[in-house]
Design a protein around this ligand. Structure first.
Ligand code: NCD
Length: 300
């Protein structure tokens, strides 16, 4: 495996996380036109699951950095003829690609890619990890509060099926935040500390809502109407009114308006949902730069 790959937040120390965030911030200030120094930087985006934000913000970041980008379509590829993920990725390596971005429905899919030598950036593996989503979440929190130490954060919703919850747990605990989880008890994960959501909305500096991952078997909700879910577990206007004055709302999106969050709150004053997407391009630029073995701006 290439050492500049990014597969899971648990592979990064607090210092490495902060270094990526600082580099992402530099892209926003004096380095917004910065491009990779290499003449040829071929990147393939291999998405085996639906995606809008992650896919196209990677693509935006790649274009801005001057990469040559190929979009892989599993439906029209040899995957349809039974080719394995390993053989597919090894093919991209053999035909001259310098890095790959992969989203795949299987947890830990990258375990089978040990012998790939080009850097792999994980854009989401099943219920396992979503490191670049986590980094953009961290950047959004960092922009707001300048630190993670002692910050109160609640993540609410379908924790069991969420790779966002998993990656954020690994990173936020490393960074010293006070993190709790809320939502239906059927969807909690062993080892994840819980708090009643009604209590947590008053305690939290960050309220992060998650989408119900029906495609991963979150069946419980099929018996519950959207309005009922919002009332019991969602961020509705009543809970919003009890949030701390400087607290913020986050959501990795796609948002199911009127289910996990009241539609009117998606763009309310406390919401950072679209800011998260903006930050997604910045952190992906930093992660791609790192994948190409380049030092952060501050170390140069
Ligand atoms: C998340 C994902 O794909 O895990 N979305 C994203 O990357 N922005 C969360 C989700 O799909 O609910």
């Amino acid at each position: 495996m290439n050492k500049n790959s990014l597969l899971s937040m648990k592979d990064l120390s607090a210092q490495e996380i902060l270094s990526i965030l600082d580099d992402a911030k530099c892209f926003n200030s004096s380095h917004d036109d910065w491009q990779l120094p290499m003449r040829k930087a071929l990147v393939a985006n291999l998405f085996f699951e639906p995606s809008t934000r992650t896919h196209y913000s990677f693509e935006s970041a790649e274009f801005q950095l001057g990469c040559k980008v190929s979009d892989f379509n599993a439906e029209t590829s040899s995957v349809k003829k039974g080719e394995t993920l390993y053989d597919t990725v090894k093919t991209f390596e053999s035909i001259g690609y310098d890095a790959v971005v992969i989203r795949h429905p299987e947890d830990n899919y990258f375990a089978q890619l040990e012998d790939v030598t080009i850097p792999i950036i994980n854009a989401g593996d099943g219920r396992g990890n979503h490191p670049t989503q986590c980094l953009l979440d961290l950047l959004t929190i960092y922009d707001e509060f300048d630190s993670f130490e002692g910050l109160n954060i609640v993540i609410c919703g379908d924790i069991q099926h969420s790779r966002v919850a998993m990656s954020n747990k690994q990173a936020l605990e490393t960074l010293g935040a006070n993190l709790v989880f809320a939502g239906p008890k059927e969807w909690q994960r062993p080892g994840f500390p819980t708090m009643d959501f009604d209590e947590a909305v008053e305690w939290a500096d960050v309220v992060m809502m998650l989408r119900i991952q029906k495609e991963r078997g979150a069946a419980l909700v099929s018996q519950m109407s959207d309005a009922e879910y919002l009332e019991k577990y969602g961020l509705n206007k009543e809970r919003y009114s009890r949030m701390k004055e400087n607290a913020i709302i986050m959501h990795p999106a796609p948002v199911n308006r009127g289910v996990e969050i009241d539609s009117d709150l998606v763009e309310c004053e406390k919401s950072r949902i679209f800011k998260q997407m903006y930050n997604g391009v910045l952190v992906r630029k930093a992660v791609i730069k790192r994948a190409f073995g380049l030092k952060p701006f501050k170390e140069d």
